[in-house]
Design a protein around this ligand. Structure first.
Ligand SMILES: CC(C)(COP(=O)(O)OP(=O)(O)OC[C@H]1O[C@@H](n2cnc3c(N)ncnc32)[C@H](O)[C@@H]1OP(=O)(O)O)[C@@H](O)C(=O)NCCC(=O)NCCS
Length: 207
């Protein structure tokens, strides 16, 4: 039965067990999993998954962000932490998926996608317009994950996000995008009742 996470967010778990009895050493994929906030005091629980997901400087940096960032979401099943996302708001309108990782034995079962859906749902509910993520050029699983949710590669010279493009000039440094990485972005479709930027009633009055 679906459960609700501590922040009231959707809890998912509709994976299908293929075959029978062959699953060893990890939580069965047919059990429901929850996506919940991971408070700072509990973030060391994510370190084993982090170590499976990242090496070298990325491991060091992901660990730092794990404990530093405002929001960490964890996918758990039967009390076991199977994956996590580290999320930041660069500006009120701009969200950033800093890191997302799933334990090696739990990959390719939809968990990374669910974590990303959860992140996008939160950003959207919080009024974010544009979400970015970065990945190493050769990290095909990561690029495939973001593409599967509508992200596209951001051209370095394209129109800025405020003007309707996905250009991220001025934000790349804060995102720590380095050579050899691709920046990906997603713009949420405009809500029908959302005001057009710069067209507040006071701005249009008397014009
Ligand atoms: C990237 C990562 C989080 C994906 O997690 P996952 O649970 O395996 O992903 P999912 O099973 O939910 O797949 C999500 C989508 O990505 C695609 N995808 C995931 N891994 C893939 C792979 N190895 N090859 C091709 N496509 C892949 C899936 O096809 C799926 O698309 P669909 O929904 O259209 O079918 C996981 O591989 C991981 O933890 N990697 C190490 C850490 C990392 O590099 N993180 C990303 C950079 S921050």
């Amino acid at each position: 039965m679906p459960r609700v996470g501590s922040a009231g967010y959707l809890v998912v778990g509709a994976l299908t067990l293929r075959g029978s009895g062959a699953w060893r050493g990890f939580v069965p994929p047919d059990a429901p999993f929850a996506i919940v906030d991971l408070p700072r005091a509990a973030r060391d629980r994510a370190v084993p998954v982090l170590k499976e997901g990242f090496v070298g400087i990325y491991r060091w940096h992901a660990k730092r962000k794990l404990f530093e960032s405002e929001t960490v979401r964890a996918a758990t099943k039967s009390g076991e932490l199977l994956g996590f996302s580290i999320l930041e708001r660069l500006l009120p309108e701009v969200g950033y998926v800093y890191y997302i990782a799933v334990g090696a034995q739990s990959r390719r079962r939809g968990l990374g996608g669910r974590l990303l859906d959860d992140a996008l749902g939160r950003f959207r509910a919080d009024g974010v317009d544009v979400v970015y993520a970065a990945a190493e050029e050769e990290n095909h699983p990561s690029i495939a994950l973001f593409r599967s949710r509508g992200f596209r590669t951001v051209d370095r010279h394209e129109t800025g996000w405020r003007e309707g493009g996905l250009g991220a000039t001025g934000l790349r440094t804060r995102m720590m995008v380095v050579s050899g990485e691709v920046l990906m972005g997603l713009r949420f479709p405009r809500q029908p009742d959302a005001p057009t930027p710069g067209s507040s009633p006071s701005a249009s009055a008397g014009s």
